[in-house]
Design a protein around this ligand. Structure first.
Ligand SMILES: NC(=O)C1=CN([C@@H]2O[C@H](COP(=O)(O)OP(=O)(O)OC[C@H]3O[C@@H](n4cnc5c(N)ncnc54)[C@H](OP(=O)(O)O)[C@@H]3O)[C@@H](O)[C@H]2O)C=CC1
Ligand SMILES: CC(C)(CO)C(=O)C(=O)O
Length: 312
């Protein structure tokens, strides 16, 4: 099976390692900035073991003009703010790619929609991933935590989720546990709740997740963020695995936060590296959806403004 992996960062290189171990062909699409190191080798280490792949075992391109093959699957593993740019380029070069399917492997909500510009709902899939991929260098990634299996499916046409089985099989064969689910939308909302509550607040206060649950003030802010997200979900008919905000908060404070107590959010890492954050696809989406239904989401709105004030 042939994969084009667009976004050769933490998640892109991490997943490519498992696909290559499974015997799949992988072409990385990288930016000019990372291209040179990737034409040498890339390395993935950490809790799944150490793997190094030399250029030649995989391919790398930095422009769609240089596409050499057709592909079965395209994985989108850039940060979400690159989606408009990637979607536009995919459209321009769609004929060269062949009849591919896409899997959008990103945090947040509303990402898969960005690729409907010239792909139909039947060929745009989504994945939820709760594994920590820490990018140490442009061609080196450490896998730090693995909280659950990766989940793949189709949020637009649930019944087509099974088409991702071949990707799941490849990942499993490469040693990474993944599964197909018709409920990938529910998994994405659950992850969004977690990221929206913890990531921006952790980035603003520059503390790890666990510290945020220790103070009554930060608990109150996170509680309000979670309540507003449940209001939005209810207004649109979206569901996750929890009946209401209180049921989620019980699990959040008793299980989810303690098990990632010392994690510093990816948003905090972005702020520390003077990079743009994914706030628009997290709390920003909540604010937009709330506005369209005439709902107030003041805590989410406030946190979006604060992040925008400190990001470059
Ligand atoms: N890292 C993690 O532990 C987890 C991440 N996620 C989600 O996965 C997604 C990817 O995150 P992550 O791998 O950490 O991000 P990284 O920043 O590590 O990697 C993103 C990659 O995309 C590249 N890129 C950026 N813009 C473009 C563009 N316009 N065209 C092509 N490539 C581009 C970057 O280029 P360059 O090489 O120049 O930097 C980089 O290689 C995010 O949505 C994140 O929220 C989800 C769960 C866990
Ligand atoms: C905790 C983690 C790594 C889980 O995937 C995450 O989502 C983040 O830091 O944004």
């Amino acid at each position: 099976m042939r994969f084009l992996v667009i976004g050769s960062g933490g998640v892109g290189l991490g997943l490519s390692a498992f696909l290559l171990k499974a015997g799949c062909e992988v072409c990385l699409f990288s930016t000019r900035r990372s291209f040179n190191s990737l034409t040498n080798y890339f390395k993935v280490d950490g809790i799944f073991g150490d793997f190094t792949f030399k250029y030649g075992q995989y391919d790398v391109i930095d422009s769609f003009e240089n596409l050499r093959d057709k592909f079965d699957w395209v994985l989108i593993t850039t940060k979400t703010y690159a989606n408009e740019d990637i979607a536009r380029q995919l459209c321009d070069f769609k004929d060269k790619l062949g009849g591919v399917n896409l899997v959008v492997v990103q945090n947040g909500w509303g990402n898969a929609e960005k690729f409907l510009r010239c792909f139909d709902k039947e060929s745009v899939f989504s994945a939820r991933i709760i594994t920590g991929f820490y990018r140490k260098a442009p061609n080196e990634v450490e896998i730090t935590v693995h909280a659950d299996k990766m989940v793949l499916g189709n949020i637009f046409r649930k019944e087509l989720s099974g088409q991702t089985q071949e990707v799941v099989d490849a990942l499993n064969n490469g040693g990474f546990d993944a599964l197909v689910s018709e409920d990938v939308d529910k998994h994405l909302w659950a992850k969004l709740l977690y990221n929206c509550a913890l990531n921006p607040l952790g980035a603003i206060l520059r503390v790890e997740y666990g510290k945020l649950a220790e103070k009554s003030q930060t608990r109150k802010i996170m509680d309000r963020i979670i309540n507003e997200i449940f209001d939005v979900m209810r207004a649109y008919g979206y569901e996750t695995f929890f009946k209401n905000a209180n049921e989620y908060k019980d699990v959040f404070y008793s299980k989810l936060v303690p098990s990632t107590y010392s994690h510093r959010s990816s948003m905090l890492q972005d702020i520390e590296n003077s990079q743009k954050t994914e706030i628009d696809s997290l709390n920003g989406v909540v604010v937009e959806l709330a506005k369209k239904k005439g709902l107030a989401a003041p805590y989410n709105e406030f946190i979006v403004e604060l992040i925008k004030a400190i990001e470059p």
